[in-house]
Design a protein around this ligand. Structure first.
Ligand code: UN1
Length: 497
């Protein structure tokens, strides 16, 4: 499909795509595909006020009815899956099945949130006082600002929006400047769900298109109590303190530097498949991408040889073509950063396989993925580079391997390949991986929506998506009710008047 056909399939009219100041290009071929109108920073106050007004209505709608809106969104996403998936490919450069997979994540979280809308449970707690009942109630919080990155241009919004909406909160979305079209297309889908729903308040779901000034307005506004921000640790260092300064709540999903430990007992065929998918899938541009391989010395040479061979036959090119497994990096600067990091790794004693401009493809930033054998975990290895670079290091015993896995600033995802129960359980134990996600015989990427998603340390500590991540979008209220005719005080305090 041509870019124009892809845009038309998502319902864009010519006039929406021209005349604005935000230039959108496709990583596939570098072609300019749109010039979009940007939200004026001066409009932010009105946008936030609309969200606040919507909140005052939405918080009174019963949660299962709020779930109905998300159910309709899930239906509309199912109907639009192919079109939106193709637009993700156009705008973010993901291969077709990953573009579709991203929309599937949106559908999955809608299903999850619909069920959740009838399960926003609080606890009943034993009171120490006679004739008293204690309990916990979960209430809506208010508008939720979602700042998302280019690499999951629509799924990350849906993880936040589906939960926020059933929890009773309006959503204001600031997508990456690199991927505004997928955001606008998602809003068209959302609008169809809103139309079918009927009486949702205006301002319940909004999108703002533009640069940092808009994000700044969200982050600093006391009327936006929740900020969920996905992106680099550098971005999180700016956003986190600003939200904290006004005692807002932030949900931060920042950098990852995810490792796999490959133990001597590992099923190497499976490990090779897992490594290749998680290191080169999405051209190494997932926050869960595999970046570090910590391999037992007894199998290191063999595994590297198998990987170098597997890397040699990976189809690189136009992500729309069936069969392509590696599409482009998002842009030229991303390729320059990859090259700069490979140069640094060489200077630190690394041996680089691959990592060149991909032959025979033009237009976008197409690279061959790199495997870099490193003498140890150097400064370069400890930094996240958003590109398909896999650093390989050896280890002798598991304690050393776990220490190496943990000895980076980031703490998102991790995994071990082993058939040894002791090793697997140790890796998942309190003395094992320090990451938010730790897997056994599965790569670090491609998490399902049912689990809480997020990580520790410089990854930011936030949790989104499944499990009880919904609690991050509500305020907890502890209620104690006295149904006795006495007024006993807690802790046995006497205060007789
Ligand atoms: C991201 O890269 O920002 O686990 C999120 C995964 C996906 C989400 C990645 N479900 O790889």
């Amino acid at each position: 499909m041509s870019h124009q056909e892809t845009l038309a399939a998502c319902g864009f009219a010519e006039a929406e795509l021209t005349g604005g100041s935000l230039v959108v290009t496709s990583p596939i071929d570098g072609a300019e595909v749109a010039r979009l109108a940007e939200t004026a920073p001066g409009d932010m106050a009105g946008i936030i006020a609309d969200a606040q007004a919507a909140f005052r209505q939405w918080r009174e709608v019963p949660a299962p009815r709020r779930g109905e809106l998300v159910r309709l969104l899930g239906e509309e996403l199912r109907a639009a899956k192919d079109a939106l998936g193709a637009l993700v490919t156009l705008e973010a450069g993901k291969i077709t099945s990953e573009g579709l997979g991203e929309v599937q994540e949106m559908i999955d979280i809608c299903d999850f949130a619909v069920g959740l809308s009838r399960q926003l449970y609080g606890l009943t707690i034993a009171s120490e006082r006679p004739g008293h009942r204690m309990m916990e109630t979960w209430h809506p919080m208010g508008p939720c600002g979602v700042i998302s990155a280019f690499n999951f241009p629509v799924a990350v919004w849906s993880w936040n929006a589906a939960l926020a909406l059933v929890c009773g909160n309006p959503v204001i979305w600031k997508p990456s400047e690199k991927t505004p079209l997928t955001a606008l297309a998602t809003m068209k889908i959302m609008q169809r769900a809103l139309d079918r729903f009927g009486d949702a308040p205006k301002g319940l779901v909004q999108v703002i298109i533009g640069g940092p000034a808009l994000g700044e307005a969200l982050v600093t506004s006391r009327d936006v109590p929740i900020i969920s921000a996905t992106g680099s640790t550098r971005m999180g260092r700016i956003v986190g303190p600003k939200v904290a300064e006004r005692f807002g709540r932030s949900i931060l999903e920042l950098g990852g530097n995810n490792a796999m430990i490959v133990a001597p007992s590992a099923d190497l065929d499976m490990a090779v498949r897992a490594i290749v998918f998680s290191a080169v899938g999405t051209c190494g541009q997932r926050c869960t991408s595999l970046r570090r391989l910590i391999v037992h010395e007894s199998i290191r040479k063999d595994l590297v040889a198998r990987l170098v061979k597997a890397y040699g036959s990976l189809p690189i090119g136009d992500p729309r073509q069936p069969g392509t497994l590696i599409g482009p990096l998002v842009d030229g600067p991303a390729r320059d950063r990859m090259q700069a990091m490979l140069d640094r790794a060489r200077a630190e004693g690394g041996t680089v396989h691959g990592g060149e401009t991909a032959p025979g493809v033009t237009g976008g930033a197409y690279v061959t993925p790199a495997i870099v054998e490193m003498p140890g975990q150097t400064d370069t290895v400890r930094e996240e580079t958003f590109a398909p670079i896999l650093y390989v290091m050896g280890y002798e015993d598991l304690t050393e391997a776990i220490a190496m896995q943990n000895d980076v600033p980031q703490g998102l995802s991790s995994c071990i390949f082993t058939l040894n129960l002791r090793e697997a359980e140790t890796f998942l134990s309190a003395v094992g991986s320090d990451c938010g996600i730790a897997n056994v015989n599965i790569g670090p990427s491609g998490a399902e929506i049912g689990g809480a998603f997020g990580g520790e340390k410089e990854t930011g500590g936030g949790r989104e998506s499944g499990s009880d991540a919904w609690k991050g979008y509500m305020r907890r209220q502890t209620n104690t009710v006295n149904y006795s005719a006495q007024l006993p005080l807690a802790q046995g305090v006497r205060f007789d008047i």
